[in-house]
Write a protein that binds this ligand. Structure first.
Ligand SMILES: Nc1ncnc2c1ncn2[C@@H]1O[C@H](COP(=O)(O)OP(=O)(O)O)[C@@H](O)[C@H]1O
Ligand SMILES: [Mg+2]
Length: 673
C-alpha cells in the first residue's frame, strides 16, 4: 500500500476507499500472520473465532479426514474400482512410448542388430525402415487407445465427484434445517450458503486430489522405477536419493497450510454471510444511507481474505518452485553421469535417452502430486468444516419414548408447569416459573410490556426451544415426548414479521399444505380477507411477489400469512401481533375471520387491540418474565391491578390524544403496551 493512501486516510478524502480498506485490514492480517508463524492457528473446531469455552475445540488429523472421506466414497466403490483399473491400464500404456524411442534410436537409426531372440521370432524386422515404421505405428496406436481409456476413467471419476457433492450438500442442508434455532441464527443464512457451496463443493474434488491423481502418480512412479531398475540400477539409486529429501520438506509445509486454508474458508463464510445480510436488509441500509459503509466493510473483509490468500500463495509457490527446479537439475545430473557411461560403452545412446524420459516420468507425477497437495489440503479443510457442522447435535432429537402426534386424537390442552427459560447464551431468564393451563380449544391473550416474554412464551409452545426448567404438556404429555416434526404439524403461526418466499401468492398460501386443492387455497384467501387485493394484482393468485414478498404492503403480507395459517388448519394457533401491520379498516374486516380461525383451536394471541384481548377466554398479564395476573376481562377489571391500570390508562390516553392516534390509523382502542 502506498503512503499517500495513509494521507488520504488522515484527510478523510472521499475517494480514498482502496487505501483505507487495505489499511483497515492490516493489523488483523499482522496478527493472523503471527498466529500462522507460531502455529497457533486453530486446526479444527466449530467456530474457533468465536469466544467459546475451551474443550469444545476439536481437531481432526489428516488420517481421520481421509477415513471420513472414504466413508463418503463407499457407495461408489465398484465404480471407483473400475476407474482405478482403467487408470492403471492407461498409465501403464503411457509407459510404453519411451521404450519405442530406444528401439528407434538403437536399432533403426544406429543400425545395431536386434537381440537374437527377437530376430528369431520376427525375421521380417531385420530391415531398419521396417523397425522404424512398426515402432512408430505401435506407439501411435498405444497412445490413441490410452487416451480413450483415460477419458473413460476421468468421466467416471467426474461423475463420482458430482454425486459426492450432491450427497454431501443434501446432507448438510438436511442437517442444518434441523439444527437448534439459535445455532442457525449464529451461522446466518449467507454462512450456510457458503458452507454448502464452497466447502461442500471442494469435498467432491477430493476424488481427484486424493484418489485419481495420487493413483496415477503411484502407478507411473512404480512403472518407471521398475523400468529404470531394469536398465541400470546404479543410476536409479542416484535418482532415489532425492525422494526422502522431498518428503521431509513437504511434511513441514503441509502442517502449516491446512490451518491457513481453514482460516480463509472461515473468512469467506463471514463475508458471504455479511453480504447476504446487507442485501436482505437493503431497505435499512438505504434508509440510513449506509451503502458506503456496507461496501466499505465488505471491502475490508475481502481485503483481509486477499491478504490471507496471498500469504498462502507464498507457501504454495515455495514448494512448487523446489519441484520445478528439481526436474531440470536431476536431468542435467543424469545427462552428466549417464553420458559418461555411454562414453565408457556401458550404456547405449538409446538407453540414455529412454532413461531421461523415464526420469521425467518419475519426477513429474511427484511434482504434480506436490502441487495438487495444496488443493488437497484445501479440500480437506473444507471436509473438516463440513464434518464440524454435521457433528453438531440436531434440535430435539427423538427419544426412546417419543411418539408421533396424531392430529385426530389431539384435543389441544396446553399446560405450563413451573416453566423457566433462559435463551442459549443469555444470562438472565426470559421466563420465570410460569404455570398456566389453557383448556383445549380456548384462546389466551398474552398481555404485557414489550420485552416481557410474550413471544418467548409462544416460542416455547411452538417448541422452537425447550424449557430450561419445568415442563409444558399437550393433553397431559410432555412436549418433549412428541416427535418434534409431527408436533409442529399441529401448529399454525402468524407473526408480525411475515416471511414470504419468492414465488406466487398461491405458492405462499399453499406452503402450509402442498396438496391443497385450488378451491381450498382460494377459500383460505377469502377467509383472510386477502382475495380482494389478490384479484387486483396483475396475475391474481399467480402473481410473483418477490423475495420476502417485497412487492406487498405489510398488511397484505399479514393477510397472506393468515390465509396460510387458515389453510394449515392447525390444532394450536399462535398469533403474535398478527394484525399489528393492518390499518383499522383491514383489521376490522379480518377480525371475523380470525375469530373463525380461532374457533375450536387452542390459541395464543398477542395483540394490542382491546377488543381482541377482551374477547379471549383467558387473559394472562406477563411482566418481566413472570405471570402477574390471569383471568377474564371482567374478572381482571373487577380485581384491579396491572391490567385494569393498563385499560384505564388506555382509555385516558384515547380521550387525551384521540386526534394524534387517529393520524396513525391504528385505531383508538389499543392498549398502551
Ligand atoms: N433469541 C433470543 N436470544 C436471547 N434473548 C432473547 C431472544 N429473544 C428474546 N430475548 C429476550 O427475552 C426477553 C423477552 O423477549 P420477548 O419474549 O421477545 O418479549 P415480548 O414480550 O416483547 O414478545 C427480552 O428481554 C429479550 O431481550
Ligand atoms: Mg414479541
Amino acid at each position: 500500500m502506498s503512503s499517500d493512501a495513509h494521507q488520504h486516510e488522515q484527510n478523510g478524502a472521499p475517494h480514498a476507499t482502496n487505501g483505507r480498506r487495505a489499511s483497515a485490514s492490516r493489523p488483523r492480517f499482522e496478527s493472523y500472520r503471527r498466529q500462522v508463524r507460531r502455529r497457533e492457528l486453530p486446526r479444527g473446531g466449530r467456530h474457533p473465532d468465536r469466544d467459546e469455552p475451551p474443550g469444545r475445540h476439536r481437531s481432526r488429523s489428516a488420517a481421520q479426514l481421509v477415513r471420513a472421506f472414504m466413508g463418503l466414497l463407499r457407495p461408489f466403490r465398484l465404480e471407483m474400482a473400475a476407474v482405478l483399473t482403467s487408470l492403471t491400464l492407461a498409465t501403464a500404456l503411457g509407459l510404453l512410448p519411451p521404450a519405442g524411442t530406444k528401439l528407434v534410436v538403437d536399432y533403426a537409426l544406429s543400425g545395431r542388430p536386434l537381440p537374437p531372440e527377437v530376430r528369431a521370432r520376427f525375421p521380417r524386422l531385420a530391415e531398419p525402415r521396417t523397425i522404424l515404421l512398426v515402432t512408430v505405428l505401435a506407439v501411435s496406436v498405444v497412445s490413441v487407445v490410452r487416451i480413450f481409456i483415460h477419458l473413460w476413467g476421468r468421466w467416471h471419476s467426474t461423475r463420482i465427484t458430482k454425486q459426492i457433492q450432491l450427497n454431501l450438500r443434501r446432507a448438510v442442508f438436511e442437517h442444518t434445517v434441523r439444527l437448534p434455532l439459535h445455532r442457525v441464527q449464529e451461522l446466518r443464512s449467507g454462512g450456510v450458503a457458503s458452507i454448502l457451496r464452497e466447502d461442500g463443493g471442494s469435498v467432491g474434488e477430493l476424488v481427484f486430489g486424493m484418489i485419481f491423481n495420487p493413483w496415477r502418480a503411484i502407478i507411473q512412479l512404480i512403472g518407471s522405477l521398475a523400468i529404470l531398475a531394469w536398465v541400470d540400477w546404479t543410476l536409479l539409486a542416484g535418482a532415489a536419493i532425492l525422494l526422502p529429501l522431498v518428503y521431509f520438506s513437504h511434511r513441514a509445509w503441509i502442517d502449516n497450510i491446512r490451518p491457513q486454508f481453514r482460516a480463509i474458508r472461515k473468512q469467506r463464510e463471514m463475508i458471504d454471510a455479511g453480504a447476504t445480510e446487507a442485501f436482505a436488509g437493503m431497505r435499512v441500509v438505504r434508509a440510513f444511507s449506509r451503502q458506503k459503509r456496507e461496501a466499505g466493510r465488505f471491502a475490508t473483509e475481502n481485503n483481509l481474505m486477499a491478504r490471507q490468500e496471498l500469504y498462502a500463495w507464498w507457501w504454495m509457490r515455495t514448494v512448487e518452485m523446489v519441484w520445478e527446479a528439481l526436474i531440470p537439475l536431476a536431468s542435467a545430473a543424469l545427462l552428466f553421469f549417464g553420458g559418461r557411461r555411454v562414453l565408457e560403452g556401458q550404456l547405449t545412446v538409446g538407453d540414455l535417452m529412454m532413461f531421461l524420459v523415464y526420469l521425467v516420468m518419475l519426477l513429474e507425477p511427484l511434482a504434480i502430486l506436490a502441487q495438487s497437495a495444496t488443493q488437497f489440503q484445501n479440500s480437506l479443510s473444507g471436509l473438516d468444516r463440513v464434518l464440524d457442522l454435521l457433528a453438531e447435535p440436531r434440535e430435539m432429537p427423538a427419544t426412546a419414548h417419543s411418539t408421533a402426534a396424531d392430529r385426530r386424537r389431539i384435543a389441544g390442552r396446553i399446560e405450563f408447569e413451573n416453566v423457566s427459560f433462559v435463551y442459549p447464551g443469555a444470562t438472565t431468564a426470559a421466563l420465570r416459573d410460569v404455570s398456566l393451563v389453557v383448556p383445549a380449544g380456548r384462546a389466551v391473550a398474552l398481555v404485557g410490556p414489550s420485552g416481557a416474554g410474550k413471544t418467548t412464551l409462544s416460542n416455547l409452545v411452538a417448541r422452537f426451544y425447550d424449557p430450561t426448567a419445568g415442563r409444558i404438556t399437550l393433553d397431559g404429555r410432555d412436549l418433549r415426548d412428541y416427535d418434534v416434526e409431527s408436533f409442529r404439524s399441529l401448529l399454525g403461526i402468524v407473526e408480525q414479521d411475515v416471511f414470504l418466499f419468492d414465488g406466487t401468492v398461491y405458492d405462499n398460501i399453499a406452503y402450509a399444505r402442498r396438496d391443497a386443492a385450488a378451491a381450498d387455497v382460494r377459500a383460505a384467501a377469502a377467509a383472510a380477507n386477502a382475495l380482494e387485493f389478490i384479484e387486483r394484482m396483475p396475475q391474481g393468485m399467480f402473481t410473483v411477489i418477490g423475495e420476502r414478498g417485497v412487492k406487498l404492503s405489510g398488511g397484505q403480507r399479514q393477510r397472506l400469512a393468515i390465509a396460510r395459517a387458515i389453510l394449515a388448519d392447525p390444532k394450536l394457533l399462535i398469533l403474535d401481533e398478527a394484525t399489528s401491520n393492518l390499518d383499522t379498516e383491514s383489521e376490522r374486516l379480518i377480525q371475523q375471520s380470525l375469530k373463525t380461525l380461532m374457533r375450536g383451536r387452542t390459541s395464543f394471541v398477542i395483540a394490542h387491540r382491546l377488543s381482541t384481548i377482551a374477547g379471549a377466554d383467558l387473559i394472562v398479564v406477563i411482566e418481566a418474565g413472570r405471570i402477574s395476573q390471569t383471568g377474564s376481562h371482567a374478572e381482571l377489571m373487577a380485581r384491579g391491578g396491572k391490567y385494569r391500570r393498563m385499560v384505564e390508562q388506555q382509555i385516558h390516553m384515547t380521550l387525551g390524544s384521540a386526534a394524534s392516534l387517529e393520524g396513525k390509523g391504528e385505531g383508538n382502542d389499543l392498549l398502551p403496551l
